[in-house]
Design a protein around this ligand. Structure first.
Ligand code: CTP
Length: 405
């Protein structure tokens, strides 16, 4: 299963219109579920002529709904609309597009559309002649002017042996549109987030270095999640990363290179997440040539590195949030509180690296988030979920305390 989690825990209402492409929304539903979404299907009466309610109920997070009036909930449309993160309509037929554009509210799907303030994506599918008709194009223009994202149909084989524009966009295209859409409506939209990841390497000679066990996974998860939540991200990392949307990746090696990169990006950052395991000490002298065995056993004298987090704490403006980490080998809470104070951070994410599922290289983490006025212990969770929760909590705190207006 893919590790993409922009849909993790997101509530999606999947509206299905009455067109032959309705069978493809079964696959779309399955992929949404695989990606961790909570999906509530709503089928129009025409959709039921093409696909079965049972199929959707069997695959979705809850039974499919088909009517405004058969539900145990007397007002399903407002509850569905108010509680969802996304309304996805696939396929959106010419009729459904027209009804949505004119504001008709004569079934559960159209009432949900009017009741929701969540983003709406409509994936159009119909015959070429219908798609090209002026009325359909005018309705689409109306929907777009209201902020609805309309995915246009693809060219290919159509029902009845025809060929042309009209096929439902591929599942991958729909998922890409959802990812982009959720990022644009994300809580970090318009914010710049600076993240560090990985362990620094402090050179001994051109071949050897002093390093640590950090895999960079938690920091990279923060960068990806910040991007998914809508931020513009700068990731300063010692480990290579595939490209991340809206993210500038700066590769560094040593603590001093990381310091330079972080300080360069800091003035324009709204939030910094110092997830990197920065070396506390480095060799005082770096040999310019390889230390040979024949030279005898070397004595490596260490000197302290500069503390990047502490420097950020000294320099930060009132509108900047700084989040540090504390990787401990005992009870992390007390140490986190000390580091929060000493380094003037707003939050410290602390974990016990000796705990199973919580150390370096694992895909999970169990962390305690220590803030100036709160301590929250999280359950063990994927590093992506940890990033999501910490970013959500820090953002909420910044908004509630007037740090971000
Ligand atoms: N950190 C930093 N620069 C350093 C050392 C650490 O910015 N030279 C940051 C880390 O990125 C992390 C936080 O400080 O966000 C705490 O790091 P940690 O290694 O847990 O703590 P130390 O400050 O090294 O303290 P101690 O050795 O007492 O555990």
């Amino acid at each position: 299963m893919s590790n993409i989690t922009y849909l993790s825990g997101k509530r999606v209402v999947l509206g299905v219109g009455g067109g032959i492409a309705a069978y493809k929304s079964v696959e779309l539903l399955r992929r949404l579920i695989d990606l961790g979404a909570y999906v509530s299907p709503v089928l129009t009466s025409s959709a039921l002529r093409f696909v079965g309610e049972t199929t959707f109920s069997a695959l979705a997070s809850e039974p499919a709904r088909t009517s405004l009036f058969d539900d145990r909930d007397p007002i399903p449309h407002t509850h569905l609309g108010q509680n969802c993160d996304l309304l996805l309509i696939a396929p959106a037929t010419a009729d459904l597009i027209a009804r949505c554009a004119t504001g008709l509210a004569d079934d559960l799907l159209t009432t949900t559309l009017i009741a929701t303030r969540a983003p709406v994506i409509m994936v159009a599918a119909m015959h070429s002649e219908m798609w090209e008709h002026a009325s359909v194009q005018a309705n689409i223009a109306t929907l777009r002017s209201r902020g609805v994202i309309v995915l246009e149909p693809e060219v290919g084989r159509l029902a009845g042996g025809d060929f042309g524009v009209g096929r439902l966009a591929s599942v991958d295209q729909v998922l890409a549109a959802i990812e982009q859409c959720l990022a644009q409506s994300g809580i970090l939209k318009g914010k710049k987030v600076l993240v560090t990841a990985g362990g620094t390497r402090e050179a001994i000679d051109p071949v050897r270095y002093i390093g640590n066990r950090s895999s960079g996974k938690q920091g990279i998860a923060f960068a990806k999640m910040a991007s998914q939540l809508g931020a513009e991200v700068v990731l300063v990392t010692t480990v290579a990363v595939d490209s991340v949307p809206n993210c500038q990746i700066v590769m560094v090696e040593s603590a001093s290179e990381m310091m330079d990169a972080v300080m360069g990006a800091f003035p324009s950052a709204d939030m910094v997440v110092m997830a990197a395991a920065v070396a506390d000490f480095r060799p005082k002298r770096i040999s310019s040539t390889k230390l040979k065995k024949s030279f005898g056993t070397p004595e490596i004298v260490l000197e302290p590195t500069d503390d990047i987090l502490a420097e950020l704490g000294r320099k930060k403006r009132p509108d900047q949030i700084v989040i540090g980490f504390a990787a401990e080998t005992g009870d992390p809470g007390a140490e986190a509180a000390r580091k929060l104070e000493d380094k003037n951070a707003d939050f410290i994410v602390a974990n016990n690296v000796l705990e199973p599922g919580s150390g370096f290289s694992t895909d999970t983490n169990r962390v305690t988030l220590v803030g100036k006025d709160s301590t929250t212990e999280f359950e063990i969770a994927s590093k992506t979920q940890v990033a999501d929760k910490v970013l959500q909590m820090a953002t909420k705190w910044a908004c509630e305390n007037g740090i971000w207006v």
